[in-house]
Write a protein that binds this ligand. Structure first.
Ligand code: NAD
Length: 353
C-alpha cells in the first residue's frame, strides 16, 4: 500500500512522526507492505518552492492508495497569487473528497463529563460556506465597499445527495440511526433542500431511523446527552464546528480523527489545526492523526478487499484504547507522556493487542 505523507505546519511534523511509528508497527503486526513517500506542504514548501502545495503532489496522491495530510497554518495563507494556497482546500476540491467522516467516542480511563458516547459526524466537504472552494473560479467572498462584506454559501443537490448517502450507508453499518443537523428554520431554501434530500436518501436504507435537530439546539443536545446520537450528517461549516465539540467532549480535540473521502481517493487528516501554541514542544496529542490513518487503512481495505488493512485499522484503534486505559497519554488527556512517547506506547500496544 503506497501512502503519500505531508506533515504540514505547527504540530504537524511531530504528530506525523508518531503516526508513522504506529503505522510501522501495524504493518509488522498485520503483514502489510507500506511504502511511504513524504513531501513538504505549508510554510516549509512556501519557503522552498514558492507555494504551500506544489501542483505535482496532486499526481502523486492520485497514483497512491491514500494520503495523510498533517494540519497546516491556513490562517496564514491569505493570497493564492503569492503561492499561499490552503492545502486542505486544494486536495478536497481537486479530488472531490466530499465526505468528511469524523468519529468521536469516549474511552475507558478518561473522565467522561457528559457520559459515554460513540458517534460519527459526517460533514459535507466541498461547498457550503467555504468561500475558497464553493465557486468554479474565484472565491465566494467579496468586499463590496470597505465596510460591506458578503460571503456566499453554496448548497447543491448533488453534494447533498452524495454526503447523505455516505452517512446513511455508515449508519446502516452501525446502529441504524441518522440525525440530520441543519438550520432549515432560517435557511429555508438551502437547508430545507439539504434536509429533504437527506430524508429522501434515507428511505433507500430499510430500517434506518432518521431524525433532525436544528444546529443551535444541537450544541445543547450533544452536550446534554451525546449517547442519543449515532451518525450525524450536516453541511460543511456546521460539521466543522460540531466535530471539534464532539472531539473535545470525548476527551480532547487531540482525539479528533478525520477522513476526507471521495469515490476514488481518501485523505487522512486530523480534525484540528496546526496548534501553534504548543508546536515544537513534544506535548501535542498524536491520536487524532493516528486515528485518521487507521480510518484510511479501513477505507482502503474495504474498497480493495484487503482484510489485513481493515484488521490493522481495528488493531490501531484497540491499541490506542489500551494505551489510554493503561494511563499512557499526553497531558491534554491528563497524562504525562510527550507526543513521541505516546506514539511509541501505542505502537507497542499494536504489537501486543
Ligand atoms: P487548533 O485546532 O490548531 O487549536 C485549538 C486548540 O486545541 C489549541 O489550544 C491547541 O493547542 C489545541 N490542540 C489542537 N490540536 C491538539 C492536539 N493534537 N493535541 C493537544 N492539543 C491540541 O486551532 P487554531 O489555533 O484556531 O488554529 C491554528 C491554525 O490551524 C490556523 O492557521 C488555522 O487556520 C489552522 N487550521 C488548520 C486546519 C487543517 O489543516 N485541517 C484545521 C483547523 C485550523
Amino acid at each position: 500500500m503506497k501512502l503519500i505523507v505531508l506533515p504540514g505546519d505547527g504540530i504537524g511534523p511531530e504528530i506525523t512522526t508518531a503516526t508513522l511509528a504506529v503505522l510501522d508497527a501495524a504493518a509488522d503486526r498485520y503483514g502489510l507492505v507500506l511504502e511511504i513517500d513524504q513531501h513538504d506542504v505549508g510554510h516549509v514548501s512556501l519557503a522552498k518552492h514558492g507555494t504551500t502545495v506544489r501542483p505535482e503532489l496532486l499526481d502523486r496522491v492520485r497514483r497512491a492508495d491514500g494520503f495523510i495530510l498533517g494540519p497546516t497554518a491556513t490562517f496564514d495563507f491569505k493570497d493564492e497569487s503569492k503561492g499561499q494556497i490552503n492545502p486542505s482546500k486544494f486536495f478536497r476540491k481537486s479530488l472531490d473528497l466530499f465526505a468528511n467522516v469524523r468519529p468521536a467516542r469516549t474511552y475507558k480511563g478518561l473522565k467522561a463529563p457528559v457520559g459515554a458516547f460513540d458517534l460519527i459526524v459526517v460533514r459535507e466537504n466541498t461547498e457550503g460556506f467555504y468561500a475558497d472552494r464553493n465557486l468554479a473560479q474565484g472565491a465566494g467572498e467579496m468586499l463590496v465597499t470597505p465596510d460591506v462584506a458578503i460571503s456566499l454559501r453554496r448548497i447543491t443537490r448533488l453534494c447533498c445527495e452524495r454526503v447523505a448517502h455516505a452517512a446513511c450507508a455508515l449508519a446502516a453499518r452501525r446502529r441504524n440511526h441518522l440525525t440530520v443537523v441543519h438550520k432549515a428554520n432560517v435557511l429555508k431554501i438551502a437547508d430545507g433542500m439539504f434536509l429533504d434530500i437527506c430524508r429522501e436518501a434515507a428511505t433507500q436504507y430499510p430500517g434506518l431511523h432518521v431524525d433532525d435537530v436544528l444546529v443551535d439546539a444541537m450544541m445543547a443536545h450533544v452536550v446534554r446527552h451525546p449517547a442519543r446520537f449515532d451518525v450525524i450528517v450536516t453541511t460543511n461549516m456546521f460539521g466543522d464546528i460540531l466535530s471539534d465539540l464532539t472531539a473535545e467532549l470525548s476527551g480532547s480535540l487531540g482525539l479528533g480523527g478525520s477522513l476526507n473521502a471521495g469515490q476514488e481517493h481518501a485523505m487522512a487528516q486530523a480534525a484540528h489545526g496546526s496548534a501553534p501554541d504548543i508546536a515544537g514542544q513534544d506535548i501535542a496529542n498524536p491520536a487524532s492523526l493516528i486515528l485518521s490513518a487507521a480510518q484510511l487503512l479501513d477505507w482502503h481495505g474495504a474498497r480493495k478487499g484487503e482484510p489485513r488493512a481493515v484488521e490493522a485499522a481495528r488493531g490501531i484503534e484497540a491499541a490506542l484504547s489500551t494505551a489510554i486505559e493503561a494511563g499512557h497519554a499526553t497531558r491534554d488527556l491528563g497524562g504525562r507522556l510527550g507526543t513521541a512517547e505516546f506514539g511509541r506506547s501505542i505502537a507497542e500496544f499494536v504489537g501486543r493487542v
